[in-house]
Design a protein. Structure first.
Lengths: 244, 244
DNA sequence: CGTCTTTACTGTCATATTGACGAGAACTGC
DNA sequence: GCAGTTCTCGTCAATATGACAGTAAAGACG
C-alpha cells in the first residue's frame, strides 16, 4: 500500500474569509484587490497562508482579515464555511484553503494592507455577477457563503449579527429582506420575532426618526436557534429542493 | 509584513471519515483500530494522508475509506463535516485533517486493510462514552458528526440514505427514532412523510412479515429538503438553544 | 374457518403557527 | 389640525402539529 520511499505529502495551507454585512440596502461581501501574483489586480476574498507551521486556523483567519482589511473578528460571529482543495485551484502549486464565514454589522470601513492593494465592501450581486471575475475559485466560495447565510438566518438568530448593538424590528426585517431578496410582511414579521423568546430584548428606548412613529429598540437576546424556523417565502414553484 | 526569508509553511494534510449507519437498533459509526503509531491499538476514524500532493480531497476520502474498511462511497451521500487543525492535535507534527461525513445504509460488513488493524461498526453511544478512548481529537469529531446527522435529518430527506433502496415507513421512522433517541408517534410520522411531496415514492410492493399487516414499500423520492422541517421533539426544557 | 395477536394505516379534534390584511398609535412637517 | 409615514396590535382563514380512537390485513392457533 505504502512503499518505503513514500513520504507524507505536504501542501500549502491558506485561510480565506467570506465576511458578509448588510449596508446601503444590500448584502455585501468584503473583497480585496490582489496586490501580488497570481491574479494580481483581481478581486479576491481576504486571506492568505498560515504565518508559520504551528499557527491555528482560527488565529490565521483573524490575523489575515486584520492585516488585509483592518477588520477585527473578536467578538463577532464566525464559523467554518468549508475547505476548498481542488488540485488545480491555484496555478502556482497545490494550495488548500479553509474558508471562514463571518457576519458583521455595518461598521468602520476597511483599510487595505498586507498583500491587498485595496479592500472594500462589494454587493453580493456584483460579486456573483457573470461579468465579475474573482481570483481562484473564489466565486464558488462566495456562492456557498451567500447560500449559507440565506439558510442560516432561517433557523438561527444570526440575522441580528448584521445589526448594530441596538436595532429596531424594521432593521432586522430589512436584513432578512436583503439577504433573501424577498419582501416580508412587517406585521407578521413583528409578531414572529417578538413572539420568539430570547430573540430580542427590549431596551425600553425608542428611535427618533424624521418621519413616522418611533420604533422600539432591541438588543440581541440569548437564543441562538429559532424554533420553529423563520420560513423563507417559497419560490414560485415548489420544485424539488436541494440539499447542501 | 513578510520578511524576505519567509517561506510558505507546509502542513501534512489528512482526510478522515465519519461514516454513519443505522443497524442493530442503534446509530453506529465506522471505526478502525490503528495498526501504527501514534495511538497504535486505539480506535480512530478511518482516514489518512493524501497519497500525493495532487490528490483531490474527495478522492482521498473515497480511497482511504476503501483501503481501510472496504466500503465504497460511490453513489452514497457524503459531505464535508469540517476541518480540524489545532496545532497540537497530532503529537508527531502539524497535521490538518478535512473530515467527511457519510450516511450509508446497512450493507456489507467492513474489511480491515491499510493502516487499520481492524474495522467495525461501533454504536455511537459507545464511541462517545467517557470510557472509550479515541485517537487524536476524533471524539470531538464524532460528536460533531452525530450532532450534524441529528440536525440534518430535521430539514432534509437524508434519513432515507440510511435505509435500503426499498423501505417501509416504519423503517424510516426507526431511523429517526434511533438517530434522535426519541420515540415518535407512528401515525403522525406517517402523515408527515407521506404528505411531503417528493420524499417517498411508492413502489406498489408490500413487505411480507412473519406477523402483522404488510407494509407498503417506498423508494427515495426526488426531494432533498424538507419543508416544513420535521420537528425533533423538544427537549424537556426549552432552554436557550445553541448555534453550530 | 373463526378468533387472537400483531403491525399498518386512516381519521378526528383541539391547538399552534402562518399568511393576508384592517386599523389604530405615534411621530414630523406644514 | 391635517397629511404623510411608520410602527404595532388585532382578526380570520388556512395549514401544520400533537394526541389518540378506530379500522385493515396479515400470520398463528385451535
Amino acid at each position: 500500500m505504502v512503499d518505503k520511499s513514500w513520504k507524507i505529502p505536504e501542501v500549502a495551507l491558506a485561510v480565506d474569509l467570506a465576511v458578509l454585512t448588510v449596508r446601503a440596502g444590500a448584502l455585501q461581501i468584503m473583497l480585496v484587490e490582489r496586490g501580488i501574483e497570481p491574479y494580481r489586480g483581481k478581486l479576491a476574498l481576504p486571506g492568505g497562508f498560515l504565518s508559520d507551521v504551528d499557527e491555528n486556523l482560527d488565529d490565521a483567519a483573524s490575523r489575515e482579515l486584520a492585516e488585509e482589511t483592518g477588520l477585527e473578528l473578536a467578538g463577532l460571529h464566525f464559523e467554518q464555511l468549508g475547505t476548498y482543495g481542488a488540485a488545480n485551484r491555484d496555478p502556482r502549486r497545490r494550495v488548500v484553503t479553509v474558508c471562514y464565514l463571518a457576519f458583521v454589522p455595518e461598521l468602520a470601513s476597511p483599510t487595505a494592507g498586507g498583500d491587498a492593494r485595496s479592500a472594500a465592501w462589494v454587493p453580493a450581486t456584483t460579486a456573483l455577477d457573470q461579468r465579475t471575475e474573482l481570483a481562484f475559485d473564489h466565486k464558488k466560495i462566495v456562492e456557498d457563503a451567500v447560500e449559507r447565510a440565506r439558510s442560516k438566518i432561517e433557523y438561527t438568530t444570526l440575522a441580528a449579527a448584521f445589526c448594530a448593538p441596538e436595532f429596531t424590528v424594521a432593521d432586522l426585517r430589512q436584513v432578512y429582506e436583503l439577504v433573501w431578496d424577498e419582501p416580508l410582511d412587517p406585521r407578521n414579521f413583528n409578531r414572529k420575532v417578538t413572539g420568539t423568546e430570547g430573540f430580542l430584548v427590549a431596551t425600553g428606548a425608542q428611535t427618533s426618526r424624521q418621519s413616522g412613529r418611533p420604533a422600539a429598540l432591541y438588543r440581541r437576546g440569548p437564543a441562538h436557534l429559532l424554533h420553529p424556523a423563520m420560513l423563507r417565502p417559497p419560490p414560485p414553484k415548489p420544485d424539488t429542493t436541494r440539499t447542501s
